[in-house]
Design a binder for this molecule. Structure first.
Ligand SMILES: [Zn+2]
Length: 65
C-alpha cells in the first residue's frame, strides 16, 4: 500500500487543507482525509477526481466555449 499527500487538496467533509492522502493499494486507489477519516473512491476516474480536489478553482479561458 502506498500513500501520498495531495498538496493543496481540501477535504470536502471537514474543509481542512493538506489533509488528503491518495492511497494506492494494488489496482485500487482512493482518497482519504487524515483529519476526519472521509474516504472517496477513485476507481472510476482517478486522475480527474484528484485534480478536481487539488484544484478547487477552475478558471475558464476567455473565448473558450
Ligand atoms: Zn476531512
Amino acid at each position: 500500500m502506498k500513500r501520498q499527500f495531495i498538496a493543496g487538496a481540501t477535504c470536502p467533509e471537514c474543509g481542512q487543507q493538506d489533509k488528503i492522502q491518495r492511497v494506492i493499494d494494488g489496482d485500487r486507489q482512493w482518497m482519504e482525509c487524515v483529519s476526519c477519516g472521509a474516504k472517496k473512491d477513485l476507481d472510476d476516474k482517478p486522475a480527474e477526481a484528484v485534480d478536481a480536489l487539488a484544484q478547487p478553482v477552475t478558471l475558464k479561458m476567455p473565448g473558450d466555449k
